[in-house]
Every structure is written in C-alpha cells, then in structure tokens.
Design a protein around this ligand. Sequence first.
Ligand SMILES: Nc1nc2c(c(=O)[nH]1)N[C@H]1C(S)=C(S)[C@@H](COP(=O)(O)OP(=O)(O)OC[C@H]3O[C@@H](n4cnc5c(=O)[nH]c(N)nc54)[C@H](O)[C@@H]3O)O[C@H]1N2
Ligand SMILES: Nc1nc2c(c(=O)[nH]1)N[C@H]1C(S)=C(S)[C@@H](COP(=O)(O)OP(=O)(O)OC[C@H]3O[C@@H](n4cnc5c(=O)[nH]c(N)nc54)[C@H](O)[C@@H]3O)O[C@H]1N2
Ligand SMILES: [Mo]
Length: 768
Amino acid sequence: MTDHPSDRAARDHSATKQDADTPVYDHATGGWGSLKGVAHIFSEKPSAVALKILGGLNKPKGVMCSSCAWAKPADPATFEFCENGAKATLWELDRKKVGAAFMDQHSVSELKTWHDHDLEASGRLTEPMRYDAESDRYVAVSWEEAFAGIGRTLREMDPKEAVFYASGHAGLEASFLYALFARAMGHQNLPQSSNMCHETTSVNLKSFIGTPVGTCTLEDFEHCDAIFFFGQNTGTNSPRFLHQLKAAVERGCRIVTFNPLRERGLVEFVDPQDPMQMVSGKSTQISERYYQVKPGGDIAVLAGLMKCVLAAEEAAPGTVLDHDFIASETEGFDETVAAVRAAPWSEIEQHSGLTRAMIEEAAEIYLSADRAIGIYGMGLTQHVNGWLNLGMLCNLLMMRGNMGRKGAGISPVRGHSNVQGQRTVGVGEKSSHMPAGKLRELFGIEAPTEDGLNAVHACEGVLDGSVKAMVSLGGNLIRALPDRQRLEEAWPSLRLTVHIATKLNRSHLVPGQESYLLPCLGRTDEDIQASGAQVVTMEDSLSHVSASVGQATPPSEHVLSETAIVARMAQAVLDPNPRLDWEGWTANYDRIRDLIAACFPDDFAGFNERMFEPGGFYRGNPVRERTWQTESGKAQFTAPMTLSALGQAPSAREMTLITLRSNDQFNTTIYGYSDRLRGLEGCRMVVLMNRDEIARLGLEEGREVSLTCAIEDGVTRRVDGLTVTAYDLPPGCVAGYYPELNPLVPLAYHEKNSATPAYKGTPVHVLP
Ligand SMILES: Nc1nc2c(c(=O)[nH]1)N[C@H]1C(S)=C(S)[C@@H](COP(=O)(O)OP(=O)(O)OC[C@H]3O[C@@H](n4cnc5c(=O)[nH]c(N)nc54)[C@H](O)[C@@H]3O)O[C@H]1N2
Ligand SMILES: Nc1nc2c(c(=O)[nH]1)N[C@H]1C(S)=C(S)[C@@H](COP(=O)(O)OP(=O)(O)OC[C@H]3O[C@@H](n4cnc5c(=O)[nH]c(N)nc54)[C@H](O)[C@@H]3O)O[C@H]1N2
Ligand SMILES: [Mo]
C-alpha cells in the first residue's frame, strides 16, 4: 500500500518533534508524567459521574476498566486505575455524538481520508444506521428495520458463509449469547481478537501443560524470588501490574527482562499513589538486568539459560534440577536436553544478539531463585515460531519445578479486558470451545461438528469469496489485521457487514453491499432492562471473574446493550425455539449467567452469588494441582528444532520489523500522538532504527523512506512516508507503529500452530 490518506493525515498532523539526539525518556514510568498524560483527553472538565466512575474503577460494585485485562486486587488501592485506564474510560464517556446528522455532513469517502484518531474522537454512536450507496452516506434506520434486514440476508445464505467476529470487550453475557447464536444458526465461524494476539498461548500452552491460560494468581507475585519478563510492555499495556512488581522488588524479588527496546516501565517506576515517591521523585528500579534481545531471539536466549542450568547441575549433581518433578510429572526431558546441549553458543549469540556472559549472568539470577515466574506478551506470541518461544519458557521453568507451586508458574499478560473470558464461554471456532452435549441438553441444539474459521482463515474466505457476511461485536478488523490493502479491496464484495460498536472507526467505512452500524452501550453506561439495572461480567488475565456496574447515562435513548443487540439479531435469524428465550434472557442477565453456569459448571458454579467477590472469583487452574490436561496426561518438554522464532532468516539487506503500540493508543484507538515513555512525540509515521544502521543503510535522521515487505509471494506490500528516527534498538531490526504498518505483514505469515500473525518479526526492506 502506498501513502494511505489516513496515514498522510497522521504525518501532517504535526511535525516530528524528535530530540536532536536519540530519543530517550529518562524519567521513571508513573509519577507526575502519568497524571499529565491523561490531561489531553479532557476536552472539558470531567463530569461528576466521570469522577465517580474513575474512583470506583476495578473495585467491587464499580466499573471494570475496559483498557487492559490485568487483575483486580481484592484490596484495591485508593485509585485502582492507571493513566491508560483513565484515558479509556474518559474516551468512552465522550459527550459528542455521531448519528445520522453527523453522517449527513460527511460522506463515507470523505471520512476515509480522516485519521483513526479523528474518527473515534468525533463522539459516541447514537442511533442505528444503514449504508446508502447512492448518497455514499450512513443513514438512520429503525432498530426493527435493521434486525429485519440482517435476519433476511443471513437466512438467505448457508450459515457457514457467515462469520461472527468478537473483539475482547463485550461482557460474558453478550459473548455467551453470541457463541450460542452462531451454533444455533449452524456455524462456529467465531474468530476473536485473540486470534491476532494470545492464540499462540491458547493453542500451545494447552499442548505443553494442558491449560490455555496462565497459571499464576496475584498471590504468587508475593512469593516468587525471580521474575523473567519476555516481550511484554507493562508500563504502557498493563500499568497496574507495576504495583505488584514494585512490591515484589521491595521484598527482594529479582526481575530480569528481555526486550529489544528498553521499555521504561520495566526499567523504573514512581508509584503515583506513594506520596513519598511523588514528592521526592525517587523511583523503584524494576529490572535488575535488562537485555536488548534481537526480535525473534528468545528461543536462543532460553536455550542459553537452559544450558547454564544443565552446567550448574553437572557442577553440583542433584541440587539444581527438580528430578522428582521431571520424573513424575513430565515427558520429553531427555530429547530436550540433548537438543539444548547440541545448540552451539556461537549460534545462540548470533540469534539472540546477546553474549554468552550476559546469558550466564541472567542464569545466575534464575538459579538463585527457589521460586520463579515467567511473564510474556506479544514479543513471544506474534512470531512464526511463537510456539517454540512458549515451549522453551515452559522448559526453563519446569527444569526446576517452577510449575504448580506457590510463587511459581507461567503468566501470559492478556490484552482486551474480557478476551480470555469470551473464549471461556464459547467464543471460538472450535467444537471444543463449547460443550456439544450441553447445547443439546439445555437447548436442543445440534452444534456443527467441524471447526469453523479463525481470523486468518475468515480473511482468506473474504478474499476467495467463500465468506459472505461479517458481523463484528466490537473491534476494528480492517485496521487490526495484516495485509490491509488486500482486505480493504475485498471487503466491499461481502454481501453483509454488521458492526456493533461504541465509536466510529475505519472498518465501518468499508461497507459490504448491505451494511449496518449498530450503536451499543459501553461498559461505563447504565444498562436498564425489563427487570431493572443489569451488570455484566468479565474474566481477567489471572482467571478471576468480576461484575461491572455501569453508571453513566447512555449517549442516547436509541442505543441498545450488546446483549440486547445479539439477542434480537438471533431472534431475527433463527426459527422460533421455546428453549431459546432471547427476550427473557435480555430482560434479566442473571438468567444468562445461570445458563453459563449450567453450560460450564466447573468454571461458573454459583456464578450470580460469586460475581461481586472482592478481586473476582477464581476459576481455578488444574496446573496448580499438578494435573496436566494434555494428551499424555503429563507436562511436555519441547526440544528446540531451531534457535530463531523468525519464519525466515533475514538476509543482509533485510531488516526485521517490530510493530509497536504507543503509550497513547489502545490498539487501533489512537488517543493522541505522544509516546511519552519512549521519548517520541508528535508523529506516528516513523521508522525507528539505531544510529549505526542508519549510517550503514546510507540514510540520515529525518529523511523520509518507504518500507516494503521482503516476502516474495507476488503481492507488493509497501508503506511510504516514514520518517527515519534514531532509536536504541538492536542491529538488524526496525520498529514502527501498529496499525499504520499493518499493510506490510502478509496474512499467511503467522505462527505455525495458531495462525497468530507474525507482527513482531516481518522481514522488510528500507527504501530511500
Ligand atoms: N495502553 C494500552 N494498553 C493495552 C493495549 C494498547 O494498545 N494500549 N493493548 C492491549 C492488548 S489487546 C494487548 S494484546 C496487550 C499487548 O501488550 P504487550 O504484550 O506488551 O504487546 P506489545 O506492546 O505489542 O509488545 C510487547 C513488547 O514486545 C517487545 N518485543 C517485540 N519483539 C520481541 C521479541 O522478539 N522478543 C522479545 N523478548 N520482545 C519483543 C516490544 O519491544 C514490546 O515492548 O496490551 C493491552 N493493553
Ligand atoms: N501490526 C500489529 N497488528 C496488531 C497487533 C500488533 O501488535 N501489531 N496486535 C493485535 C492484537 S494483540 C489485537 S487484540 C488486535 C485488536 O483488534 P480489535 O480488537 O479488532 O481492535 P480494537 O482496536 O481493540 O477495536 C477498537 C474498536 O472497538 C469498538 N469498541 C470499543 N469499545 C467497545 C465496546 O464496549 N463494545 C463494542 N461493541 N465495541 C467497542 C470501537 O468502535 C473501537 O473503534 O489487533 C492486532 N493487530
Ligand atoms: Mo491483544
């Protein structure tokens, strides 16, 4: 894709304001900067309701923050929210309105030239609308007409031609009905945002240790002696976690981080709720050691660490490995050890970009810890060999029995606030995601037996014409997916597109032949149904389920809850079935929670009674009892068959592209143009690389360049107009922002087992 109009708008938004020198933000994360960071979101003074909602955020009887999925402590701080949580909350409480009057003034073609920031900043969607091709505008439609139209068109097609996408926002109630609706209709094409995110986790952790989710709870962070961090940017993406990390450091826990960028949050932190730190400016150093690994270099790092553990065991036999654990709980240890021993240090150094001495130093910290936790994020999952990243991290932990005991385990940090929970209640393309027996028993539904489409496969279906309808429960698929240009071209041939959304985004501007924009309540909004005020529930990264109580007046009387919209769509599409009481369920969400408990009794027994427990109720995890729900019934060691997580080794002319989130965005929602914690301001159309690489490529700072994808498959993938910016990165790689650079990532370039796009390791050329 060449210069995209919306990206041009981003570039022109303001001149690049880089420091003359390599940008650095040398202040700690948190502190006064985090308070100032929220200020630009306020166009006006926050209302009393907004302040009340912020004060109750992530506390029992409050709103559960719609920003990240980090856990809600049972004994919350005075302010249990962060800078980005405040931004997300205020962004949703926007009093500006986008309805038919707004659309009358702006054609869809015009809106397409707007930047993502300006689209969402226009305000909350306030009435249902339908795209009118003749006037190229969204026009008002009644809810009755909208549901009748959707029902008619979906009934006309083969159910398997429809795809129901869910971004991880909606509560468990709407999500469960959505998953049920799809299966009652006769398909399980239920891709979810996790397909672009932690699907690597869901698929591969399940096969290694028998659980698709992390094994730790907040209590474990009070008992661990060491934490190993791989590719997760806490300071921006889950800032509340910094409180547990600070407490851990203060009691002597040692933290080691591997990340190509020196992300400030993992370097140091000033707790905005600690008056002494705020006044003195004194910070807590978070990582004792910080290693700037090359992208895709973590398998090599982990192989190096494992070699050090083996060497220590040789030096003091019987004292280092947890022989009992390995013998009784695991399989595959000997093959794995053989492969690790065979991996030469020279190759480990080459792939990781770190020296043997550095890895040995990190290993000493691992060996000093009786209890260790492994943390990771997109830096491990969004690679072609992401599966092996995870396998190797499990290996390292399991060598010393760091699974299934207090203060130990593996903890993927999830993204969307309910992304994990949606999967727990059946939003997923596999038959195993929803028990067929229960569907039969409870509703008399015969669920499809063949698996449906995940995000990548659904897109392939849009490209080849086999997918004909795309319904989106939140999200911004066209911006979030790889290969944007190809998808934008194919999307308009869809017969039906339906968006259930709070705010206008770019995906809404690529309508199918028949297209509806359906405004829904956000999490902060009061949700009144026939039986009274309702609550919705969500599951956090540590598998705790909490209720969220909306409190703001909805943006208009024409906005429906996500639960109501899903239920009414289902009614419009499905033949009447007395056991599917869509109206009764919408009237009282307690009844939906009873159904969830009936369908998933192990996870949700007593759901309605437990959802207000401080900190949420724990779903449990079999690994904590050392029960391994794998095929063999044992935990699996994984032999490294390669030392690189990249799909292809970059040639000398190629650079590995990392796509990043700034501190001023939530996925495709761009709050502003500041990446404060990285010292970058004003412009998102940048390509970051280190000074030596800039010189090696014959470039200079401030120069505009293009990036092209180096994978040759007959498609040209290109982004122009990127300003070269010096940044402290390892050699051989460049970084830039998601979603601006998504046109460079091929749809087919994804993690092997789960099809998670390789957004952190795409080979590119830099063109002057
Ligand atoms: N404010 C804010 N919060 C968010 C989001 C947001 O956009 N904004 N998004 C939410 C969502 S959906 C998600 S999934 C999470 C994402 O949160 P994270 O998992 O933190 O994801 P990213 O910021 O994409 O990348 C994480 C880190 O990986 C590093 N990295 C890149 N490649 C490699 C590699 O090969 N190895 C290693 N070790 N590190 C690497 C990057 O430098 C970056 O620091 O955050 C959630 N929270
Ligand atoms: N290059 C690159 N691409 C990536 C990534 C990356 O690291 N690099 N990360 C990937 C990841 S981890 C993820 S999770 C995906 C995210 O992909 P998505 O989940 O599809 O995208 P979001 O940007 O989170 O969706 C934002 C939109 O959601 C709607 N919305 C907000 N709140 C609500 C609500 O309460 N209800 C409803 N119905 N709608 C709401 C608004 O209309 C808003 O415009 O992107 C992926 N894409
Ligand atoms: Mo995500």
